[in-house]
Write a protein that binds this ligand. Sequence first.
Ligand code: SAH
Length: 537
Amino acid sequence: MSEEEAPPVPPPPAPNNGGAGTVFLVGAGPGDPGLLTLAGRAALARADVVVYDRLAHPSLLGHAPERAERIFVGKEAQRHALPQPEINALLAERAQSGKTVVRLKGGDPFVFGRGGEEAEYLQKRGIPFVVVPGVTSAIAAAAYAGIPVTHRDAASSFAVVTGHERDDARESGGRAAGGAEGRRRWDRIAWAADTLVFLMGVEALPEIAARLMENGREPTTPVALVEWGTWPRQRVAVGTLADIVEVARAEKIKPPAVTIVGEVVRWREALRWFDTGPLFGKRVLVTRAREQASALSEQLRALGAEAVEFPTIRIEPPADGFAALDEALRRLQSYDWVVFTSANGVSHVWERLAQAGRDARSFGTAKIAAIGAATEAALRERGIRPDFVPTEFVAEAVVAQFPEPAAGKRFLIPRAVEARETLPDTWRAAGATVDVVPAYRTVLETEGAAQVREMLENGALDVITFTSSSTVRNFVEAVGSAVIPSTTVVAAIGPITAQTCREILREPDVTADAYTIDGLVQALSTRLSLAPTREAP
Ligand code: SAH
């Protein structure tokens, strides 16, 4: 094969210098944690080190292993936590010591994120890297404001342009600033596309508006600024090229914000969807065991609420170190029914079985009951279809709906040490043998209590949610009962939790009757659409 015939091949990568770990340049999306890609989540799950900044939602760090090193590199407003050359060096240093590094960057890593510079730096040193694109704020912030960047009736193209705030020049470590500044041709930018989206364009807004009009864009062209797009604190200011500077100043719009210029902005009026729901912008305290908080938080965040997780309880092994549970599990076959009352009960039983080198076959002919939707889900995840799931999840209903007479039957209930006695007592009264064995213990978690008290005192919490009686009791113990302002909505997941709330805290404003997370969110939405509480931030 002659030289001319050789197929085009990319230049070989620089040699990998001695077992360096891979650097993943991951787009974190614009804020809403649901907008991380699956590839991004997978990269986080295998990270030894995560290097992140303020535009990445803090909850995304939860996808990284507990043991992973987490390094914040700015930027907080004007103050810069770590200059770009030091970030580059940090990524290289950690990778060269064999670590898997995730560089988590707001939006897409290659859209004004200096991901290109970071990749270049790594490439020159022979450090392997992978780029995981992200959802850029240029499109997503517009979308969450109800603005499509293209529309067949109004815009067949869009351009993403840097507004080139001072911030940007400073951040680029002096290198790109001069070059980029010199290349700016407003006559071209003004007509680069039907829709223009400016990033980093708040400080330079007066210049942007003036230059676009100078170069022929109509003063009546609609303009929107979307601040903290896709976050619960999203704010949108709408005007025209002629008046947007004044509007933005009056509304005190600050970075981060995208500026959208073009006819498509008019669609917001009809297509606005995210910042209209009853939970949008509401700050909701989620009081659950740490392990369980995420399901409720995720649902709240999807509706635009800010979920503040305050785990009041922590799950620990029972005081007897599982002795009673292990003993009962050895005799599993002797029971007619095994009754699970929580997902935690399920996971602990499975763990103890696994410890003993056993699995679900050990249940033999024993039937299985699940109380609660999450409990049923936990069993189904483990390949078990419960023989009985009551339609209501309080003890009284369980006994009433039970499919066979309890007399003479043997029941095993592996559950929390401190649960109510109603269920076992009622069955015993009906002539059954009931073994209640501790599968786990809930202990008080006080970390974060001072912060919660302060938020309450400042009226900074719109809603407090309680998902079990023990979350109420632990909340009162950790935070106290006197501090809840009347404007804060107290929500209970079901009647028993509501009763506890009534007894030791105050009358709850919302009681879900479905006794599920879905039911709680639903009831809360209904209540909040009736009565707005705190002013939007
Ligand atoms: N790589 C990022 C952009 C980084 S430059 C991306 O693809 O989105 C930083 C600028 O992005 C900010 O000044 C702001 O203009 C914009 N930005 C990032 N996140 C934003 C958000 N949630 N809402 C509005 N603008 C945002």
